[in-house]
Design a binder for this molecule. Structure first.
Ligand code: GLU
Length: 304
């Protein structure tokens, strides 16, 4: 892929979550991120997003690393493990708390569902109904009482307040392929996502917070990832502004869809890199096919 947007030293990254093994869609994404940096004489880095206590599995970490090596994905420097960076996430949360932009939320998933059901028109964001903001209006006394009682809590960002503080923000979207036009400047719209969670009862930092902090710490100038994370970029842009972090350029590639037209998931019989390896597939041929956009019969690309 040719890129017209190349800083002096480009750094891209691939950031899998060890919630399962990788499929060919992941392999394709990793190869594109690596090739993008290599073509510009830059660096490509690997991060393992292993802090989701309920879904991350340590046994998948080694498998993912082996799958990537098998496919010929080679990264620069040490692998970054999010589980080793919890103090950074805590420090950022503390900073946002001091700025009075976070509030504790005691709602369970069931509470939120009930709140949606009871409202005439639950507000919607790009990813469905958004948190109605119930705990934002709790009194300080009530908050203190519930924290004291040890009620499990999540920390949510007061999005309206954060947006008001930072004013209008923009980010650069790079086209998936040169044929799709020049880089676009996108107005960030984090408000649409509502008061998202930045730290959870069962995870020390949400994906949004850890990813934003780590991309900056790893010096990422370019973030290439699936189109499913397009909406997340609006939130990441706001967090960068709040935490004085640099803003990478973003390239969201279409998702690879299976023969049923749905995004790939291992359980649906998607093609796993480990399965292909076990079947004796030639990794060099597979990498060449993915790079050329030659996917298995019936597979297609989704929305870009
Ligand atoms: N860990 C995320 C995932 O596997 C990707 C994060 C990112 O690329 O920003 O979906």
């Amino acid at each position: 892929m040719t890129q017209s947007f190349a800083p002096l030293h480009m750094v891209s990254r691939f950031a899998p979550s060890p919630t399962g093994r990788l499929h060919i869609g992941h392999g394709w994404s990793a190869l594109m991120a690596m090739d993008m940096a290599r073509a510009a004489g830059g660096a490509f880095r690997l991060r393992i997003e292993d802090i989701d206590g309920t879904r991350s599995r340590p046994e998948h970490v080694a498998g993912i690393i082996a799958d990537l090596r098998w496919l010929g994905v080679e990264w620069d420097g040490a692998i970054v493990f999010q589980s080793e960076r919890l103090d950074r996430y805590d420090a950022a949360l503390e900073r946002l708390r001091t700025m009075e932009l976070l509030y504790p939320c005691f709602c369970t998933r069931a509470d939120i569902q009930a709140q949606w059901a009871a409202s005439v028109s639950a507000p919607h964001g790009p990813e469905g109904a958004i948190y109605p903001g119930t705990c934002r209006s709790l009194s300080e006394t009530e908050r203190a009482r519930r924290i004291e009682a040890g009620d499990p809590l999540a920390w949510r960002i007061d999005m309206a307040r954060a947006v008001a503080r930072m004013g209008p923000l923009h980010w650069t979207a790079l086209p998936f392929s040169p044929g799709m036009g020049p880089a676009a400047t996108i107005a960030a719209d984090p408000l649409a996502a509502g008061d998202v969670v930045l730290a959870r009862k069962d995870a020390p930092a949400s994906y949004h917070l850890s990813c934003t902090l780590d991309d900056a710490a790893m010096g990422a100038t370019h973030v290439l990832r699936g189109h499913d994370l397009f909406a997340a970029t609006h939130i990441h842009r706001l967090l960068q502004a709040l935490l004085d972090l640099p803003t990478p350029a973003y390239l969201h590639h279409p998702l690879l869809l299976g023969p049923d037209g749905k995004r790939l998931a291992k359980r649906d019989g998607a093609i796993g890199l480990a399965d292909l390896r076990a079947q004796g597939a030639d990794p060099a041929q597979l990498a060449a096919d993915l790079r050329a956009g030659r996917f298995p019969v019936g597979f297609s690309l989704g929305e870009a």
